[in-house]
Design a protein around this ligand. Structure first.
Ligand SMILES: [Zn+2]
Length: 258
């Protein structure tokens, strides 16, 4: 009964707010990260993106104007990771703040001597535990190529990681997955990446991934969706864990296009 009410409500909302079909078709054709999704997946992603824009408040700041197509593009990127997880994976927070460009974020932190500091540095994106996702639109626009850099995927994957507490590189795993297998795969790959960087070698992931296990997870997710074949080749165990977690196989769908 509850499920039927939920479905009815969802259909009713979609009837009112669904993203315009022509706008959606254009996005799917223009943005390479969606290549390989079949018609069913594109339809489900459109529903999710439409509901995302209905449920979350996307707030442009400092004079930025976001038209319907820009909002739809942002929502499409944000919903790709949850295509098979559902919008419930983003529950508990409501706002996406969008600056025109890199924004200065003030952070208080305590160093190893117990001294409190505050610093301000320009950021492309930020995800707050239980709070908003903050993005720079310049950086969203720099995320269109399939180069393993996508600030929207990065920040929203931090949000998934944070849905069971502080970001630590492990989102809440479904029952069929093993926490031990996840930890083993990610720890080995993280340590190998740090060793490569120390040795001056280029790794599979951007050096930023070596900042912390949480950043490693977010950067690995960017590659999972944008350069899946490279990730699968370079870090097969990490790829396999992400494939099971997201219940998607971008390597398969992008490989089929080649
Ligand atoms: Zn990050």
């Amino acid at each position: 009964m509850l499920e039927r009410i939920r479905r009815w409500r969802r259909e009713r909302i979609l009837g009112q707010v669904a993203i315009d079909p022509a706008t959606w078709a254009h996005l799917m054709a223009e943005l390479a990260v969606f290549a390989g999704l079949d018609a069913n997946e594109r339809g489900r992603l459109r529903d999710l993106a439409s509901l995302f824009l209905y449920e979350k408040r996307v707030e442009p700041l400092e004079g930025l104007v976001l038209d319907d197509a820009m909002r739809a593009g942002l929502a499409a990127f944000a919903c790709l990771p949850v295509l098979n997880l559902g919008l419930e994976a983003y529950r508990g927070w409501h706002t996406v703040l969008v600056y025109p460009g890199g924004f200065l974020a003030r952070h208080a932190y305590t160093d190893e001597h117990g001294l409190a500091h505050e610093e301000a540095r320009p950021l492309a994106g930020e995800a707050w535990e239980g709070g908003p996702v903050v993005l720079s639109w310049d950086d969203v626009e720099s995320s269109l190529a399939l180069d393993g850099y996508n600030v929207v995927l990065h920040e929203f994957c931090h949000k998934l990681d944070m849905s069971n507490g502080e970001a630590n590189g492990m989102p809440p795993l479904p029952q069929h997955m093993s926490r031990e297998a996840w930890t083993a795969a990610f720890t080995a790959a993280y340590e190998a990446l740090c060793r490569d960087i120390d040795a001056g070698q280029e790794g599979v992931l951007d050096v930023y991934a070596a900042e912390s296990p949480a950043e490693f997870f977010a950067v690995a997710c960017e590659s999972f969706f944008e350069r899946p074949l490279a990730l699968k080749l370079g870090m097969p165990a990490v790829y396999e864990q992400l494939r099971q977690y997201f219940r998607q196989d971008p390597g398969w769908r992008m490989g089929a296009l080649a």
